[in-house]
Design a protein around this ligand. Structure first.
Ligand code: ASP
Length: 368
């Protein structure tokens, strides 16, 4: 409640006693808040294209994923663990284009991409064009934690996965009848991956834990019919995934080429970080002076937050620029001030959000 009142005040000076991201670093406080958002892909998701059964199935899958992450965050678990566990549940669900249910390449193989980032120290791990690993997000996390690198690809990454002892599966594990039907349709019409509207289904999670740490992760099979070793934005840190305790955590979904060109995930975080530091400077100017003309008070970042409206505007501005370039899709965000939300320019996006303030909702279409 306190947080909502503060957010209404916007980026003005607030003598706050709440557990903010900055002061919560010292230890988890009982009332410290948490938040998360998830997506299961964006695209031409219209009511007339989805049966009521499918609609219910997707909502159940989103609710299940949201509950997994929420339980971890509620119990004081880390944002990294919440992101990892939630993505695993979505990778294991054939409804999504990640892990089981990943789309097929032009050669009818699966090439999976995944990434994860820890906003507390900007450490990150990513894998591109891999197969054989049951849960690509675990491989991305292993790259982050057990290698000196940020990104591994193809056979080398597969080998690293085996050396790490991650669960392996045979190629047929990823296949579902629906994905086979989709690739057959693409091959029959000889259409390019970029023209295909089977793009949605990528999964992503962003979270802020009670300790104030943020994390983001994304996992995908990429685009149906992709070829020539095409890699999208999902495993690219700064394009499809980014997390920084000072600004936000972002996971993207949509036409990856455009997200890469705009560096969407980092761009949103950078704009939030810059706006936040501007707001502090603006408040310092307002501080009364003493008899010698010196400030009577030094404004500290822990006394501030950007408002819900400012965060949404920044995200919407970047997605509008994506649209102007010709890209479609969307992002989910979480901020150090407890906000969790979305921005997308497609008809719909599989999505959900939950916060310690009691928010827990999932949605599919743009108008809900
Ligand atoms: N962004 C992913 C890619 O370009 C696809 C998606 O989000 O659906 O590989």
């Amino acid at each position: 409640m306190i947080r909502y009142l503060l957010s209404l005040l916007g980026p003005t000076l607030m003598l706050s006693t709440m557990a903010t991201a900055a002061n919560a670093q010292d230890g988890v406080e009982a009332e410290a808040y948490w938040s998360m958002a998830i997506h299961g892909g964006a695209g031409t998701i219209d009511r007339d294209k989805i049966t009521p059964e499918k609609d219910a199935e997707i909502r159940a899958a989103l609710n299940k994923a949201l509950a997994i992450g929420s339980d971890i965050l509620k119990d004081g678990g880390s944002a990294m663990d919440a992101v990892t566990a939630t993505i695993i549940s979505m990778e294991n669900d054939p409804n999504f284009n990640a892990g089981k249910g990943a789309v097929f390449t032009w050669d009818k193989t699966n090439e999976l991409d995944s990434s994860i980032m820890d906003g507390s120290d900007l450490s990150a791990g990513a894998v591109a064009g891999i197969n054989g690993t049951k849960n690509p997000i675990l491989l991305a996390r292993a790259v982050k934690e057990n290698s000196p690198h940020v990104m591994l690809s193809g056979e080398g990454a597969n080998q690293f996965s085996r050396e790490q002892g991650l669960e392996q599966v045979t190629p047929d594990y990823y296949a579902t009848p629906q994905r086979l039907q989709q690739i057959e349709a693409v091959l029959a019409k000889e259409i390019s991956a970029a023209d295909v509207d089977y793009k949605f289904g990528t999964v992503g999670v962003v979270a802020q834990d009670r300790g104030g740490d943020m994390a983001a992760g994304t996992s995908t099979g990429g685009m149906t019919g992709k070829r020539w070793g095409r890699i999208g934005d999902s495993p690219i840190i700064g394009a499809g995934t980014y997390a920084d305790n000072r600004s936000c955590a972002i996971s993207a979904t949509g036409s990856g080429e455009y997200f890469i060109r705009l560096g969407v995930a980092h761009e949103i975080c950078a704009r939030i970080r810059i706006r936040f530091s501007e707001a502090i400077k603006e408040a310092q100017i307002e501080v009364p002076k003493d008899a010698n003309g010196n400030d009577t008070y030094v404004v500290h970042g822990s006394e501030f937050q950007l408002s819900d409206e400012e965060i949404q505007q920044i995200a919407d501005d970047v997605i509008a620029e994506l649209g102007e370039l010709g890209g479609d899709g969307g992002i989910i965000y979480a901020t150090p001030w407890g906000q969790a939300g979305y921005s997308f320019n497609t008809a719909g996006m599989y999505r959900g959000r939950a916060t310690s303030e009691g928010e827990a909702s999932v949605a599919i279409y743009g108008d809900e």
